[in-house]
Structure formats: C-alpha cells, structure tokens
Design a protein around this ligand. Structure first.
Ligand SMILES: Nc1ncnc2c1ncn2[C@@H]1O[C@H](COP(=O)(O)OP(=O)(O)OP(=O)(O)O)[C@@H](O)[C@H]1O
Length: 274
C-alpha cells in the first residue's frame, strides 16, 4: 500500500505547467529516430525522472529541453512563451567536467564569471552553494584531490550557483559507488526541497528514480518514446527510513514492472530505426 501522508507530496497536478512537449520528435541526419511523438508536461517544482533502457532517447530529450538541440517535429511550449533564458537552466552530466587546474571555488565561480561577476562579488553566493553541497573547507582544493562524489558535489554547486529554475541531470550519479550515490540522492533532495526548483533527472535506475521523484516517466526505445508514467505518491522528506520501507519496495516493484513492459515492447517492435 502507498503512504497516507500524500499531503506533503508536491501537488504536481495542481502546480502550473512549466514546459509542455507536444508531439516532439527527433530524427538525426543518419536516419535514427531518437524520439517519436513525445507528449510530456513538466510542472513547476516537479522532480521528474526519465527512466528507460539505453537508446530510448533520454539524453536527447534532455538536450532538447536545454535548448542544445532542436526537435525535427512538434514543439516545446515554455510557460509564458519563448524558451527559458539559458541562465535559468542548470545542467549536470555524468562526468563532473571540472576545470582540472582551477580550485573548487573557482570552478563554482565559472558561470558567474561568464556573466561578468567578479570573484569578490560572487564569493557569498559561491560560499553559500558550497555549504549547501557540504563542501565548506574544500574551497582551495583542486579536482584531482577530490573523490568522485565530491567532484559531483562541485558540479552540482556550479550548476546551482546561478539559482536556475530548472536543473537538468543526465545520469549524474551512475559512476559513483552505492553509498556515495545514496548520500548524494539525500543531499540533492534536501536542496530541491529547500530551493523549490524543477528537476528533470535521467537515470537507468528504478531504485534511484523512485527514491527521488514525484513522477517517473518510463521510456521505451526504437523509436524513443514515452511508454508510461508513474506518480510516486510518497511524502517528502524521504530519508533512510523510506529507503528501507515496504512502501518504497512496492513502488520499486511497480516501476520495475512498467520498465520490463517497456523493454518487452521494444523487443517485439517492428520500428527498428537502426
Ligand atoms: N548526434 C546523434 N546522431 C545520430 N544518432 C544519435 C545522436 N545522438 C543520439 N543518437 C541516437 O539516438 C538514440 C537515442 O540516444 P540517447 O542518447 O538520447 O538515448 P539514451 O536513452 O540517453 O541512452 P543511454 O541511456 O545509453 O545514454 C540512440 O539510438 C542513439 O544512438
């Protein structure tokens, strides 16, 4: 059974739409249909995961949302028209992609520096973000001195230092060990609950998507498409007690069943675009 305390769940259905993808398709010049007819509504404050097998178009969808790529059919309808200012979107990749010669502090300064903000003027925002990702005291360290988890924390701080309304995350924790991943999941949720931005999170992991999200969108491949969506009606904050609860296990089983069906649908598909 699901939890009763749905009152603390973000009221996704009630929140205003931030972005609607309508009939979105992406065909690459080599003929690969990465996405076909995707309809998806992202609401303010959602923690929405895109879950699916390799090649179902998760990263392509994220790149379209980021404005790094354009659809070959359909539209992305941002609330208030026009696309969001690029400064209003933060992006975190699986690789932390830090400047190797620059300190933690200077890595986080980078997006502000690109906006013409001096180091001194940026300092309070940088220190605050480093505190939020639990890196106070590591300002002067360089990336090679940091663990994988710490590098990812720097990457998150860098993405969030401009206070974007939307954070796009492409398998950010996939390369980390499980304990580090759990910690980063907890800390990301804390940040999200405090700051109330919108997250679109790409993952292969059923467990991670259910733990984090209020909505899990399951995708299927060939062609890449939305297969189904699950509402994760468990209250926040979600902590270690939730991670070991029967509710969590039941929700993971449900998501896993949908994912298996999505994969089976591809296995039987005649739409092979490769
Ligand atoms: N620039 C490109 N040119 C041609 N084909 C591409 C390009 N980018 C992605 N594809 C193809 O589009 C499909 C979807 O790719 P995408 O990377 O979006 O999937 P994904 O679900 O993110 O996969 P993974 O989980 O493995 O990262 C794949 O078949 C991929 O090979």
């Amino acid at each position: 059974m699901m939890r009763e305390q749905v009152a603390q769940t973000p009221a996704s259905d009630m929140a205003p739409t931030l972005l609607a993808l309508r009939g979105v398709g992406k065909v690459f010049s080599n003929g690969v249909t990465a996405l076909s007819d995707v309809d998806l509504t992202i609401r303010e404050g959602d923690f929405l995961s895109l879950l699916g097998p390799s090649g179902c178009g998760k990263s392509t969808a994220l790149r379209l949302i980021a404005g790094l790529s354009t659809p070959t059919s359909g539209v992305l309808d941002w609330r208030g028209g026009g696309s969001l200012d690029r400064a209003n979107i933060g992006f975190v990749f699986q690789e932390p992609t830090l400047l190797p010669w620059a300190s933690v502090f200077d890595n986080v300064w980078l997006p502000l520096r690109l906006k013409g903000i001096s180091r001194a003027k940026a300092a309070p925002a940088i220190s605050e973000m480093l505190a939020r990702v639990h890196l106070t005291g590591f300002e002067d360290a360089v990336p090679r001195e940091l663990s994988g988890g710490m590098k990812m924390r720097v990457s998150i701080a860098r993405a969030m230092v401009t206070k974007p309304r939307v954070l796009l995350m492409d398998e950010p924790f996939a390369a980390l060990d499980e304990i580090t991943r759990f910690k980063l999941n907890n800390d990301l949720l804390e940040l999200w609950q405090d700051e109330r931005f919108t997250v679109v999170f790409v993952t292969h992991s059923v467990f991670e998507s259910v733990f984090l999200s209020n909505r899990v969108v399951v995708m299927a491949a060939r062609p890449g498409r939305v297969f189904d969506e699950l509402a994760i009606e468990a209250s926040y904050p979600r902590d270690e007690a939730f991670r070991t609860s029967p509710d969590y296990a039941a929700l993971c089983r449900q998501a896993s069943d949908v994912l298996v069906n999505a994969i089976d649908s591809t296995a039987g598909s005649h739409h092979d675009s490769h």
